[in-house]
Design a binder for this molecule. Sequence first.
Ligand SMILES: Nc1ncnc2c1ncn2[C@@H]1O[C@H](COP(=O)(O)OP(=O)(O)OP(=O)(O)O)[C@@H](O)[C@H]1O
Ligand SMILES: [Mg+2]
Length: 374
Amino acid sequence: MNGDFGDTGEFGDTGEFGDEELLAPSTVPGDTELDASLRPRTLSEFIGQAKVREQLELVLHAARNRGRTPDHILLSGPPGLGKTSLAMIIAAELGAAIRITSGPALERAGDLAAMLSNLVEGDVLFIDEIHRIARPAEEMLYLAMEDFRVDVVVGKGPGATSIPLDVAPFTLVGATTRSGALTGPLRDRFGFTAHMEFYESTELVRVLRRSAAILGIALAEEAAAEVASRSRGTPRIANRLLRRVRDYAEVRGDGQVDVASARAALAVYDVDELGLDRLDRAVLGALVRGFGGGPVGVSTLAVAVGEEPATVEEVCEPFLVRAGMIARTPRGRVATAAAWRHLHLTPPAGALNQTIGVRAREETGPTLFGDPEV
Ligand SMILES: Nc1ncnc2c1ncn2[C@@H]1O[C@H](COP(=O)(O)OP(=O)(O)OP(=O)(O)O)[C@@H](O)[C@H]1O
Ligand SMILES: [Mg+2]
């Protein structure tokens, strides 16, 4: 099994990004193969996310010492940061088999029961987009996670009986771009939640160097830095931009990617110096020009740019917050002074001045001004 199924679910449905797919953090057609060849295979190959790596190392090590399956693990963070890669690494580090499914595929409890009853002791069950699991399956999952047992209901109406079935002890690894959308009971049953953060440019440079070595691309140091700084803190985007600058260097140059050809290539693909794409710029434009800088609710913003609220909230916004362009306030989203300037406009006197590089946590993470308005 190659286990690569990045194009399930709403983020895989990249039609909405049109020709701006280059900067979509989700997988786009053609990525899958690339992702598979560039995926880190061990925890030590996994670049960045130092905190998460340390925490995971402890969880896995302790479980190995005790000869037990580790606690269930939730991986939470924006698309393309390495959740699927980490899930596979967890299984590899445990020397366990990995079974892969996703929330949207578990529509009926029976789908999950079939999956669970096939598990062998020690297996890792990976459920991607776990926040999209259907309710009946979710309830079955609680019991399986806690007691390694499921109740399969046979028959209908008053004659229905439930037959308890044992499930082999397994480790559930769930991945989600929206841990806030998980129900409390499900979240509580994970022993450990790894919060994935956007990558620093220096880390993306290492990702790019590694990928260039695997793909046999001559990538100059300065060019790597240039690509890294425009990759929205996201390894998947860094790898994709790397392929585009390679194309450019091969067609218009001698195949060597230097900083000049990298810049020229990125200009051709309309990737701005912060790595913002058309949708990001549309969101900022709507916020600044349409709503005077906010505050405005995320669903209103989504309507203004003709996008799904989930896309704006889970794909654009985390990065715009991290880039210091948008702040979440209890009354809605607000454009910072940097956002106005990025659009070549003069910020109004009261515009927020925010430092770049605020931690981009999901909606459950700390915000500047208390709970985000949803
Ligand atoms: N830490 C890392 N080191 C090196 N490469 C990485 C790292 N994290 C991710 N990548 C690269 O980025 C690609 C995308 O990672 P992955 O598919 O694991 O992301 P994801 O978080 O599961 O995304 P999604 O939420 O869209 O499913 C990988 O194939 C790999 O090439
Ligand atoms: Mg994934």
